[in-house]
Design a protein around this ligand. Structure first.
Ligand SMILES: *[C@@H]1O[C@H](CO)[C@@H](O)[C@H](O)[C@H]1NC(C)=O
Ligand SMILES: *[C@@H]1O[C@H](CO)[C@@H](O)[C@H](O)[C@H]1NC(C)=O
Ligand SMILES: *[C@@H]1O[C@H](CO)[C@@H](O)[C@H](O)[C@H]1NC(C)=O
Ligand SMILES: *[C@@H]1O[C@H](CO)[C@@H](O)[C@H](O)[C@H]1NC(C)=O
Ligand SMILES: *[C@@H]1O[C@H](CO)[C@@H](O)[C@H](O)[C@H]1NC(C)=O
Ligand SMILES: *[C@@H]1O[C@H](CO)[C@@H](O)[C@H](O)[C@H]1NC(C)=O
Ligand SMILES: *[C@@H]1O[C@H](CO)[C@@H](O)[C@H](O)[C@H]1NC(C)=O
Ligand SMILES: *[C@@H]1O[C@H](CO)[C@@H](O)[C@H](O)[C@H]1NC(C)=O
Ligand SMILES: *[C@@H]1O[C@H](CO)[C@@H](O)[C@H](O)[C@H]1NC(C)=O
Ligand SMILES: *[C@@H]1O[C@H](CO)[C@@H](O)[C@H](O)[C@H]1NC(C)=O
Ligand SMILES: *[C@@H]1O[C@H](CO)[C@@H](O)[C@H](O)[C@H]1NC(C)=O
Length: 538
């Protein structure tokens, strides 16, 4: 009995072990995931990056040459969870440069890669090779033929590299491509006439294309978004060829040298246009947008338009954003029909404060920028005009000549997150007004003539505050940070309390600074201290 019982136990144990092994086997093999050919293609890419001098331990550290390693779990790789094929590859900034730094102007970092590396990734939909300072493809003759095997590739992002236009004709082989980002490369010339039938988004900004590209773009009839920003196009616009782009919703011509008049009526098939940016050009004639009622976002700032164009804006009843700053305009805005307007920027023109009464009906405004009109925007603070805009999130009156105290009703604009009143001639005490604005992220008050005592404790509950700049323009302001006792709920990134008679009686260094650990800029100059400021760094 004992022996057979023991045998049964043994048999059970064996079953358990077998089951265990099976589970283990399934775990290792059944869910192994990625395909060997795709895994080894990725490893080839890593080898290339490493041979280029990158630190292999830190870069792509999950990408290891181990057949047990599932490449679908590697960083920067996305697989389809059903098929286990690689469908997205985020090889953007693989060398992990500080992308804001000047490293990108350093030609010694230019890199040449093999296109054939990607040919095995046949299910790829999204390939991001941006910010790599790639100068070209080594195997680019035969490589592109293989590229045509990427039949599912929809998004290709090559921004911030050193590609020249020689790659363009071959990219046409990517028959599924919907989105092509070529921003910030070294391209010129024209766009190839073959391929790109499905292209919906093309960004060729920050290159060296001149007008000769415009005619070639007419063939891209599926385009919805065309970004031509910062190239060297000049002379008159429109280019009739663009009239084929019947699906176009976004057109960005910013930072070119277009001049004269702009008459979009000549491009009457572009009636679906929703976003038009022609800012930073040299347009100085008329502007006709009749029939373009679907426009939601119009930016004509930094041109040489005068107010004769304002009447042509009145028909744009869908507008949500209107930017006309930096032109030569004055007078009133024809605001009938602008009920949907949420963002208005009229800065750097010749408008005067009488425009505020005319804006009074735009009650859904969230952003209002009226800065930089030193010569015309003057007088006592325009109470009636501003306090009606109860939805305002962002208000800038920077660099005008408004004077007098801040009206109490500004404290009712409790949605305000960004308030810039810098460089006016405002006076009086602002404490009671700003203490009510608890949504504020940025409060910029420098260069005014405020007076009296401001206790920093009034901002104690402004938990979202990131920037407080108050370089005082007069010696009649006193700033107190210690009394009454309070505790900051905010983490400031930018602080300027210079020339503020800061704690003028106690000469104490503001103790709330001890709790601020995210400061990027601080200026406490032109105040008087008892303790050397260096102590703060302890
Ligand atoms: C994954 O592949 C299956 C089968 O081809 C497909 O039906 C599904 O849409 C794919 N999923 C994603 C997220 O691509
Ligand atoms: C690469 O791009 C993706 C998508 O935009 C982003 O989430 C990721 O942070 C980027 N990686 C690097 C290293 O910049
Ligand atoms: C590619 O990566 C860059 C840099 O991280 C990112 O800004 C961009 O949005 C990414 N492109 C796509 C299409 O996700
Ligand atoms: C374009 O780049 C390729 C390398 O990818 C180079 O061989 C060719 O000379 C370049 N062409 C011009 C005009 O600079
Ligand atoms: C436009 O650029 C192409 C090539 O980049 C050049 O051949 C042509 O002369 C330029 N046209 C003008 C008007 O500058
Ligand atoms: C527009 O610019 C072109 C050259 O870019 C110049 O020949 C022409 O005179 C300019 N026209 C106007 C109206 O400024
Ligand atoms: C536009 O600028 C050009 C060149 O400066 C000038 O000749 C032309 O008269 C201007 N047009 C208008 C309508 O002001
Ligand atoms: C304003 O521009 C128009 C062209 O759109 C021009 O005819 C007119 O002379 C300009 N007015 C002034 C005051 O410069
Ligand atoms: C404001 O500008 C309008 C139109 O340009 C002008 O009629 C009015 O006199 C100006 N008002 C002031 C106070 O300067
Ligand atoms: C602020 O709003 C309150 C209630 O909404 C109102 O009673 C008060 O008059 C307003 N204050 C000013 C100065 O407009
Ligand atoms: C901040 O909130 C606390 C707690 O709700 C309250 O006791 C205090 O009075 C508030 N301080 C200010 C300046 O509003």
């Amino acid at each position: 009995m004992g022996a057979s019982h023991f045998q049964m136990e043994l048999a059970n144990l064996a079953k358990c072990l077998l089951l265990g092994f099976m589970i283990l086997w399934i775990q290792i093999h059944g869910c192994k995931g990625c395909f060997e050919a795709e895994r080894s293609a990725l490893l080839d890419f890593k080898k290339l990056v490493v041979s280029d001098g990158a630190d292999a331990d830190h870069l792509l550290s999950y990408w290891v040459d181990d057949s047990m390693s599932d490449c679908c779990k590697w960083e920067r790789v996305t697989c389809n969870s059903t098929t286990s094929h690689v469908i997205e590859l985020f090889l953007n900034n693989t060398r992990q440069h500080d992308i804001d730094s000047k490293l990108f102007d350093d030609y010694e970092n230019i890199w040449f890669i093999k296109l054939s590396l990607f040919q095995q990734l046949k299910e790829l939909r999204n390939l991001n090779l941006s910010y790599n300072a790639i100068g070209g493809f080594i195997d680019y003759d035969e490589g592109f033929e293989r590229l045509s095997e990427l039949k599912k590739l929809e998004t290709l992002d090559l921004r911030h590299n050193y590609f020249n236009d020689s790659i363009l004709s071959s990219l046409g082989a990517l028959t599924s491509l919907k989105s092509l980002i070529l921003k910030s490369n070294s391209m010129e010339g024209s766009f190839p006439s073959k391929g790109f039938q499905k292209l919906e988004e093309l960004d060729i900004s920050y290159n060296w294309f001149n007008n000769s590209i415009l005619s070639s773009l007419g063939a891209l009839t599926s385009l919805k978004s065309l970004i031509l920003r910062r190239n060297i196009m000049e002379g008159s616009f429109p280019s009739k060829e663009l009239n084929n782009l019947k699906n176009l919703e976004t057109l960005d011509l910013r930072l070119n040298y277009f001049n004269g008049s702009l008459s979009l009526e000549e491009l009457n098939s572009l009636k679906n246009l929703k976003i038009l940016d022609i800012s930073d050009n040299r347009f100085n004639g008329s502007l006709s947008l009749e029939g373009f009622e679907r426009l939601e976002d119009l930016d004509i700032s930094y041109n040489w338009f005068n107010n004769s164009i304002l009447s042509s804006l009145g028909t744009l009843t869908s507008l949500r954003t209107l930017k006309i700053g930096g032109n030569s305009m004055e007078g009133c805005l024809p605001i009938q029909g602008f009920e949907k307007l949420e963002e208005l920027d009229i800065s750097w023109n010749g408008f005067n404060s009488s425009i505020l009464s005319s804006l009074g009906t735009l009650t859904s405004l969230k952003t209002l920028i009226l800065s930089g009109m030193l010569d015309t925007m003057a007088g006592s603070f325009p109470i009636q005009g501003l306090c009606k805009f109860k939805s305002l999130v962002e208000l800038s009156l920077r660099g005008n000549r408004f004077s007098g105290p801040l009206p109490e009703c500004i404290g009712n604009l409790t949605n305000l997150q960004f308030l810039d009143l810098s460089f006016n001639q405002l006076s009086g005490n602002f404490q009671s007004v700003v203490s009510k604005l608890t949504s504020l992220k940025y409060l910029l008050l420098s260069g005014n003539e405020f007076e009296g005592l401001f206790s920093f404790s009034a901002l104690a509950n402004h938990s979202k505050l990131e920037g407080f700049l108050l370089y005082s323009g007069s010696r009649r302001l006193e700033l107190e940070t210690e009394n009454p006792t309070w505790f900051p709920t905010f983490q400031l990134k930018y602080i300027d309390l210079s020339n503020c008679n800061l704690n003028v009686r106690t000469r104490a260094i503001p103790s709330f600074l001890l709790y601020q650990y995210d400061i990027r800029f601080i200026d406490l100059s032109h105040n008087v201290w008892d303790v050397p400021l260096l102590d703060l760094t302890k």
